[in-house]
Design a binder for this molecule. Structure first.
Ligand SMILES: [Zn+2]
Length: 359
């Protein structure tokens, strides 16, 4: 239905728009490359950037449209929207639309997706409620697009965090809950719950009991390894435990907030196995890699010794995991090492594993 008669040029325009949307999404996350230690002092050149393994087709979702989004049915009147990097969801009801998250990378395409579905089904396209999964700007930074005439709902700590962050793009929730809240709108029900800190202190479980669906953002990204350093999770043990809590709910469809596809229970089991393999690798590495040569080499430069020793532990622990999951989980070769470092530090510091008291 493209007005452009030349499909090739329409394809390339689409690819470019989709590329730009992804670039914008990527720009919304911290500049990870700075961790590489000045590697970006020189302007990047595509010729010298490293190569990574191809993304397994199973990790990719449906193609986005000319506007740069895909909207699809999850089950019945529950829908999801993605730009390939971020996800939101919405429920159409007889009294209006309930939106779950508003990633700025999807931005105005959220209302376009809602308009499209509402028109197809002859229902209201008016967003009346907006539920926040958690306070992070990359997931709710499009909130203010929906104006002041919307009821915003979030966990009580989301309200506290947003009040202190004072970002006009993310108005504080009008309705808050501490541990549980059932949202009833237009004959539909959604159960919101807080089960302790994980990715952030306010991250909430959004369960759709009548749609066989769970939404839990920034914990498990179906068929992809976590984003840098274990999704930048603030509470690593809480984040490792979260999938068990998620699995205790009845659901068939999972909305993880990221990338281009939904998840299944089998996907979540696979992800749990990946994390368990990293934990096993770290424990083995801590018992195997000898720190002595690192401290002998660097003397009073304790940080150099620590950096090189921990890098050796990460390499020992993550190497077999990367090999096992290449072709299974997307970007296993990109982020497994940084996630292994985050889990290693949690195992040492939160669990006290390998901690020794001076004799
Ligand atoms: Zn987040």
């Amino acid at each position: 239905m493209s007005p452009n008669p030349d499909p090739k040029s329409s394809d390339s325009a689409l690819n470019r728009r989709s590329f730009l949307a992804r670039s914008a999404a990527i720009a919304a996350v911290p500049a990870v490359a700075t961790l590489a230690g000045g590697a970006l002092a020189e302007p990047a050149s595509a010729d010298t950037l490293p190569d990574y393994a191809p993304i397994p087709p199973s990790a990719l979702g449906p193609a986005v449209n000319a506007q740069g989004y895909f909207v699809g049915r999850v089950e019945k009147n529950l829908y999801w929207v993605t730009d390939g990097a971020y996800q939101a969801a919405f429920l159409t009801t007889r009294d209006g639309v309930v939106l779950f998250d508003a990633p700025p990378s999807i931005g105005h395409n959220l209302q376009r997706a809602i308009d499209q579905i509402a028109a197809e089904n002859g229902v209201s396209n008016k967003v009346t409620h907006l539920v926040y999964s958690h306070h992070h700007a990359d997931h709710i930074g499009g909130s203010s697009l929906f104006g002041t005439d919307v009821v915003r709902i979030g966990q009580v700590q989301a309200k506290q965090l947003l009040a202190s962050e004072n970002d006009p793009a993310r108005p504080v929730p009008d309705v808050t809950f501490e541990t549980k809240h059932t949202l009833n709108v237009g004959g539909e029900r959604v159960n919101l719950a807080w089960h302790g800190t994980n990715h952030t202190p306010d991250n909430s479980y959004i369960h759709f009991p009548d749609h066989d669906t769970l939404m839990l953002v920034d914990i498990f990204l179906p068929r992809w390894v976590p984003f840098d350093s274990f999704n930048l999770n603030e509470d690593v043990p809480g984040s490792i435990a979260a999938p068990d809590t998620a699995m205790a709910y009845p659901w068939k469809h999972f909305i993880g907030g990221h990338m281009g596809r939904l998840g299944t229970r089998a996907d979540m089991v696979l992800y749990q196995q990946y994390v368990n393999d990293i934990i096993d690798g770290v424990k083995k590495a801590l018992g195997t890699v000898d720190p002595t040569p690192f401290f002998a080499k660097y003397g009073n430069n304790v940080w150099a010794a620590a950096q090189q020793y921990l890098a050796a532990v990460v390499a020992y622990a993550s190497g077999p995991v990367i090999k096992k999951y290449l072709g299974v989980l997307a970007a296993a070769d990109v982020y497994t090492a940084s996630t292994t470092f985050a889990i290693l530090e949690s195992i040492r510091l939160d669990l006290g594993f390998g901690s020794q008291v001076h004799p």
